[in-house]
Design a protein around this ligand. Structure first.
Ligand code: DSN
Length: 439
């Protein structure tokens, strides 16, 4: 930080303040994590200076000898980590990765299915305010009213009736496992492509604690910065061959007349279809993160994320807090504030938790009666606190603090008391041991 502190003290201050905020608080937003110093170093490297439109060994600019080596390594590590046939590491983030799959596989206005936003899907899974809902025809599926769980029979029924060209499996706010194998069966029965968006759970998949869609799905997208603990960015994994070439892409042929592969459709949708030069500094950091995730310790990390989420869910419930689906079996917990007389008060609770140094996000709950700006849920998860080394007993302390705040969110003496406990806790788990920025 020496140079930036001298040349731009204003921005340097925001960085040190952010570090302090992250160190002192507990980060429970389920899509966030704390990357290693090695990932930070790759992100801050000279690869940020380079342009490299194209793919390794087929670029449009000179000077690619080290970019090519780096991107090849990133691809090979991702293939090994997930057992993927083909990997594209260039998507800038999750939404562009999903856009690329849409543009590779569908035509404008084509019909597809995705989990509705209020039931835990993502904007790019068909929200009417997103490209996916605006330029394609989305038929949403949702969770069941009674159980708040996905019912694969009902997904199957909708698919057979609607005959979509693509079905998206995946979540951003669903606390249970996804049955990717059954999604694939439904896609095969109905001649639909299967896009599995594992952005939230790719660390769990890589660590072997969640079923992987990679052996089944036509395309799998993931961000790299959530449970996978890499830099902000994304990648696409896919099959080489287009299973539905004759039905949907009979005219997609190479110069020699052979059918275009699925991997070729995806690659050309990323570049030049949607993106220009890849973010080489981010791709170097992705390679570093994939290397870390290939280490045996990452399996322990992934297993601990799930153990921590269960411990936190159990403690919240024993403190009388209602959880959507009454628990979790992944990294994510969704609190339903309605029984606490806090319908539409998610923002108030999020702010009160912020004051207690517990970072979460307000979220809709299934069948949300209030607006998405003031919804009735709080979403949280354990990837970041697990990266700090916290275990089940710390989850209990945090959950007890959260329950106190939720039961009386406007009581500042309660918030202050919880804040003290959190400061005491986080002191024992330095974010970056040995980093002297705060001293
Ligand atoms: N913003 C991400 C999340 O928090 O789940 C999804 O893009």
């Amino acid at each position: 930080m020496n140079d930036i502190t001298t040349s731009d003290p204003e921005i340097a201050k925001t960085i040190t303040n952010e570090l302090q905020r992250e160190e002192q608080g507990v980060e429970l937003i389920p899509s966030e994590n704390n990357v290693s110093k090695a990932v930070l170093q790759a992100l801050g490297s000279v690869f940020t200076n380079k342009y490299s439109e194209g793919y390794p060994h087929k670029r449009y600019y000179g000077g690619q000898e080290y970019v090519d080596i780096m991107e090849d390594i990133a691809i090979e590590r991702a293939k090994k980590l997930f057992g993927a046939e083909h990997v594209n590491v260039q998507p800038y983030s999750g939404s562009p990765a999903n856009q690329a799959v849409f543009f590779a596989l569908l035509e404008l206005k084509d019909k597809f299915m995705g989990l509705s936003l209020t039931d835990g899907g993502h904007l790019t899974h068909g929200s009417p305010v997103n490209f996916s809902g605006k330029y394609f025809e989305c038929v949403s599926y949702g969770v069941e009213k009674e159980t708040e769980l996905l019912d694969m029979d009902s997904v199957r029924k909708i698919a057979h009736k609607e005959k979509p060209k693509m079905i998206i499996s995946g979540l951003t706010a669903y606390p249970r496992k996804i049955d990717f194998k059954t999604f694939q069966e439904i896609c095969e029965e109905t001649d639909a492509y299967h896009l599995a968006d594992i952005s939230h759970i790719s660390g769990l998949v890589a660590g072997g604690v969640h079923q992987s869609p990679v052996p089944f799905a036509d395309a799998v997208t993931t961000t790299t910065h959530k449970s996978l603990r890499g830099p902000r960015g994304a990648m696409i994994m896919c099959k080489s061959e287009d299973r539905l070439h004759d039905k949907y892409h009979p005219n997609a042929k190479l110069k020699d007349g052979s059918p275009k592969k699925l991997s070729q459709l995806i690659d050309s949708a990323v570049f030049p279809g949607l993106q220009g030069g890849p973010h080489d500094h981010a791709n170097a950091a992705k390679a570093v993160a994939f290397g870390e995730a290939l280490q045996p310790a990452f399996k322990d990390y992934a297993a601990q994320i799930v153990k921590n989420a269960k411990a936190m869910a159990d403690e919240l419930m024993s403190q009388g807090i209602k959880l959507v689906t009454d628990g979790t079996d992944n990294h994510l917990i969704l609190i339903d504030l309605r029984p606490n007389d806090l319908t539409g008060k998610g923002k108030l609770v999020q702010n009160a938790l912020d004051d207690a140094l517990i970072t979460t996000n307000k979220n809709t709950v299934p069948f949300e009666p209030a607006s998405p700006f003031n919804p009735s849920g709080i979403r949280l998860g354990t990837p970041a606190v697990t990266s700090r080394g916290m275990k089940e007993s710390e989850m209990k302390v945090i959950a007890q603090g959260m329950a106190k705040v939720i039961k009386d969110p406007q009581n500042s003496s309660i918030t202050e008391g919880v804040k003290k406990d959190i400061l005491e806790l986080t002191k024992q788990f330095p974010l970056y041991p040995g980093m002297s920025i705060l001293s």
